[in-house]
Design a protein around this ligand. Structure first.
Ligand code: TYD
Ligand code: MG
Length: 463
């Protein structure tokens, strides 16, 4: 029976991925303006196919969907392959899981293609790989591989952007790993929308995900980041894949940080640190030292903290600049931490520390392009702010961490002892920490640990 071919379309918010049946100027979910783009849900032919197969199975004729008791489902520990790059393995949660789909996002030129080419080459003996390039020519990819001195045996490359042809090729050659560089260049024949449009990116990625799950092939999708910081194209990509890694770095710095933003197979916020050199990306297995500014004498407005992003402690430096403001509404700028949290901390500083910065511009920066999302940053921020306000540095070799509550109490943070040990290993002599995080003797090795309960005590101990 011929059915009139209808195209099912929806409107998807580029920011949050919410779906609407009608176009509207503002996203009803996240409130973004002008963010909705049209998406073809399924082409008429596949829709018919799916509907027909559903009808037959619902009728109980053919392959009716099978319900299984969950405890009877055969499963095994996630089989993982080491990428040969320790920092990448760490961010993936201990290696690449077979059949998983990993989205790697980052600014153009940050090193995504370099990292994945290195990974494919190192994985080739265990997982034969197919490197699909839509942005560079095969000669460029091969040239880079040779220049980096990578063993390219067992790595196949394909310059292709049409998903159907990529999957055809993959079905024939059966690689166990596919890198699609980049997802923004992919398009599928089933949609008429232009390549690069929201619907093409979404549908192409969905097909690769389906292929990965059906065949157990691992897939890396490379995605460029928009100036707003999201992966270009719909945020829905983030929902479809198993892991989302962001590759970040400050312009001008050779250090790159790979951060797990979502990971179904490991801890989120795990960090991997790399340095870009003339031989590609090199791992930095002990990164604590590189995020300190390297000032030899202590400077006003600086406080070193031990953060614990993912599963390892990391020393980072929090800097503050407090300066008399010419504006009636002084500026509050936070880089590397949440702005609202800084505003809240300044209110606590006034109310419970008796220190007013209402007529001052306050800038806070976490050195090295690192973002600290945990509350342990509270106390270091306030110490740095006070140090800058008073133009007096903290005592030499001092670290701090701790959450500051709204009533001025200093609250403990997880893994206090591990953080203190990391600081002591790096030669710090004094730590200002929440009372519940302090060890009994008041010392760790050579380091004196000052336990504080109230903000006022912490400020006295620090500046
Ligand atoms: P690339 O991996 O092409 O970035 P992306 O795929 O994220 O756009 O990296 C390109 C940048 O890296 C470019 O600015 C040159 C630099 N680079 C090096 O410094 N050393 C190297 O060995 C390589 C391969 C690249
Ligand atoms: Mg690239």
């Amino acid at each position: 029976m011929a059915k009139t071919a209808t195209r099912k379309t929806a409107y998807v918010c580029n920011d949050c991925g919410a779906e609407f049946s009608k176009w509207q100027g503002q996203c009803g979910e996240c409130g973004a303006w002008n963010s909705l783009g049209e998406v073809v849900l399924e082409s008429a032919s596949t829709a018919k196919g799916v509907a027909a197969s559903r009808r037959s199975s619902w009728a109980g004729v053919a392959d009716a969907p099978k319900v299984t008791a969950l405890k009877d489902v055969q499963h095994q520990e996630d089989a993982r392959a080491s990428t040969g790059i320790g920092e990448l393995d760490r961010v993936l949660g201990g290696g690449l899981v077979h059949g998983s789909v990993v989205l790697v996002g980052g600014d153009p030129g940050i090193g995504k293609s370099t990292l994945l080419l290195q990974a494919v080459a190192k994985l080739a003996p265990t997982l034969p790989g197919l490197y699909v390039t839509g942005e560079e020519s095969l000669a460029q990819v091969a040239g880079r591989g040779a220049r980096l001195g990578l063993p390219l045996d067992g790595v196949h490359a394909l310059a292709e952007t049409c998903v159907e042809r990529i999957l055809e090729h993959a079905a024939a050659t059966r690689p166990q790993l596919i890198v699609a560089d980049s997802v923004q260049t992919l398009w599928t024949e089933s949609l008429s929308a232009a390549p690069g449009s929201v619907s093409q990116v979404r549908e192409s990625a969905a097909r690769l995900v389906r292929f990965a799950k059906e065949t157990g092939t691992a897939v890396f999708l490379v995605g460029h980041v928009t100036k707003e910081g999201g992966i270009a194209g719909p945020r829905v990509l983030e929902h479809m894949v198993d892991a989302v890694l962001y590759f970040e770095g400050e312009s001008g710095s050779r250090f790159r940080v790979l951060r797990a933003f979502k990971n179904r197979f490991g801890a989120v916020n795990e960090l991997g640190v790399f340095a870009m050199g003339d031989k590609g990306l090199r791992e930095v297995p002990n990164p604590s030292a590189i995020f300190l500014s390297g000032n030899s004498a202590p400077q006003p407005g600086s406080c070193v903290m031990v953060t614990r992003e993912g599963t390892r402690p990391l020393l980072v430096e929090v800097q503050a600049l407090v300066d008399a403001s010419p504006l009636s509404n002084p500026r509050r700028v936070a880089v590397g931490m949440e702005g609202n949290r800084m505003a809240m901390l300044l209110a606590v500083l006034h109310r419970h520390g008796g220190i007013a910065v209402g007529d001052q511009d306050v800038f806070v920066n976490v050195v090295g392009g690192i973002r600290v999302q945990e509350t342990a940053v509270d106390l270091p921020v306030l110490l740095a702010v006070l140090s800058s306000l008073r133009d007096r540095p903290l005592a030499e070799q001092t670290i701090a961490f701790g959450e500051v509550g709204l009533s001025g109490e200093i609250r403990p943070v997880p893994n206090g002892e591990e953080r203190l040990k990391e600081a002591a290993t790096h030669g710090f002599k004094r730590a200002i920490v929440p009372k519940a995080n302090a060890p009994r003797g008041g010392r760790i090795g050579d380091m004196e640990v000052v336990a504080v309960e109230r903000l006022a005590d912490a400020l006295d101990a620090g500046v």
